[in-house]
Design a protein around this ligand. Sequence first.
Ligand SMILES: [Zn+2]
Length: 207
Amino acid sequence: MHSFEKLLLENKAWAAEKVMDDPAFFTRLAHTQTPEFLWIGCSDSRVPANEVTGTQPGEIFVHRNIANMVVKDDLNLLSVLEYAVMHLKVKHIIVCGHYGCGGVKAAMTDKSFGILDHWLSNIKTVYNRHRDEIDEIDDPEERANLLAEYNVRQQVINISETIPVRKAWDQEQRPHIHGWIYGLNDGILKRVYDIKPPVPEPHYVIA
Ligand SMILES: [Zn+2]
């Protein structure tokens, strides 16, 4: 059996198990999705959004790219963000980075990775901003891990400055933006930084 055939076989078993547990599972999900969360994570195969958070299909709207970046002219990300915030009305946006991130490590070198260089330049900007502190660390793994944390923080800030989020904040007390980091060694998610929706200005009635 080819490796890809195993995936199809596993899928049949998974679907059958879901129906056994909950006969209406797929019919319900086929009609609507009302996820409370938007996840912006790294494409790394070791950080799957649903598995690490114990969530089911229908619970998290997901966008993943190399090193969980929020690049302000990335139409793919902006489309996902607008749909999630304006139409699905997600309550929380989670930007999730991870320790041991290959994209972050690559951005710390002067090597060329072809097309990827353009993408990595966004992480290099974060690196340059915190370079004095990061380069003081001797261990290269720890250096990359600190940059991964600063990168999550910067992407949370970038999300907070986008038009869909600003529009939502004008009208409602959502979404809350969270920056988390995942440990490949222990499977634990850690909170790094977050931005709550601003408290609305009180409306004074002038009598
Ligand atoms: Zn990564």
